[in-house]
Design a protein around this ligand. Structure first.
Ligand SMILES: [Zn+2]
Length: 357
């Protein structure tokens, strides 16, 4: 017996966090008040790249007179490091970035995601797949199990059927991106072999339930945006505006992360971090790094503009940079990157060393 196709959770009612913050579409259908969010994965401490993204999304929300939410993306229990989420929240507070409303934890929302899965099953858009990760490799999934899983094999994951799906997504900063999902990505996983909901589906469901109107995040996710928009359309959820900010890269040319040992932001004075993050985002603050975070943020709210951020893109990334950042399933895209200031990009990967993940 399939689960009901609609339920209050996915058809209008929102989470307590968003309700408390007064977010939502207005009854007369006019544009909802701005709701932004920062959604870190707790795989390690906050580093410079995440601080930049958090600051950009906070600034957009504050300049729009809107709401800024924080969501901890701790669905992947293997990658989540105990205590990292609390550390990230403390680091944000230290930078003066306080969320409006309660922090949402993805690990506590399994029922909501299951409902979204059931909804797609009822629409006959998903199918079980018996192919292991190794069998598919890093390649486009060719649709092997679309017409059923061989009797000798056991289904391990569920995929979304994207046959004939070609869509164009737009970003306020980067313009538009057209992707033929079937040809470039292939049917993608919505429920993993270990039973966990796939990242892209959880993100889409949460953004809709939290009433997010603009997603500000790192440009490394830009090539995956068509997949997320396809999920929104399948689930009849609204598509928010997108603003992908340049990715801060380390000396190895890769996104700062735990894998390339990007230092924790807490190792630096918060005013210095804000000053450097604002400079990264195209604003040269007049307020010195020794000032309080309150003063630095006040100047940023008054003076930071998208035009300033756009100017940082004029130094287009080299093709090699773009390739090293691109999602292999999405082909080559010129993703904007900027080198993180030296101290935040320490500890290069030793020659011959392989970044994990
Ligand atoms: Zn398969």
């Amino acid at each position: 017996m399939p689960a009901p196709v609609t339920s209050p959770a996915l058809s209008g009612a929102r989470d307590a966090g968003a309700r408390d913050a007064g977010a939502g579409r207005l009854p007369d259908g006019s544009t909802a008040p701005y709701v932004g969010r920062f959604a870190p994965a707790p795989s390690g401490p906050l580093h410079f790249g995440s601080a930049v993204t958090a600051l950009a999304s906070w600034l957009r929300a504050r300049q729009s007179g809107g709401t800024w939410l924080v969501r901890i993306e701790d669905l992947d229990t293997v990658r989540s490091v105990p205590g990292a989420a609390d550390g990230i929240l403390a680091s944000l507070r230290r930078l003066g970035l306080e969320p409006d409303g309660e922090v949402v934890w993805q690990s506590r929302r399994a029922a909501v995601y299951r409902e979204a899965l059931h909804r797609m099953e009822a629409l006959a858009r998903t199918y079980p797949c018996a192919c292991s990760r190794r069998e598919v490799g890093g390649e486009r999934y060719p649709g092997t199990c679309r017409r059923g899983v061989a009797a000798s094999r056991k289904a391990v994951s569920r995929r979304l059927d994207v046959s004939g799906r070609r869509l164009t997504v737009t970003d306020t900063l980067l313009g538009s991106l057209t992707q033929d999902l079937e040809a470039e990505v292939g049917d993608f996983v919505v429920q993993r072999g270990d039973g966990l909901i796939a990242y892209h589906l959880a993100v889409v469901v949460d953004d809709a339930l939290q009433g997010v109107t603009e997603i500000v995040r790192g440009a490394d996710i830009w090539p995956a945006t068509p997949r997320q928009v396809e999920l929104q359309r399948t689930l009849d959820l609204p598509t928010p505006a997108y603003l992908h900010v340049p990715v801060a890269v380390g000396r190895d040319g890769r996104k700062l992360s735990k894998q390339n040992a990007a230092p924790a932001i807490d190792a630096f004075p918060p005013g210095q971090v804000l000053h450097d993050a604002l400079t990264f985002l195209g604003l040269t603050p007049e307020t010195p790094p020794t000032a309080t975070v309150t003063d630095l943020l006040a100047e940023a709210r008054a003076r930071w503009t998208l035009a300033a951020l756009r100017q940082t893109l004029s130094g287009a990334p080299t093709e090699q940079q773009a390739r090293s950042q691109a999602d292999p399933a999405a082909g080559d895209h010129h993703l904007p990157t900027r080198a993180a200031p030296g101290p935040y990009a320490d500890h290069p990967i030793p020659a011959g060393g392989r970044p994990g993940g």
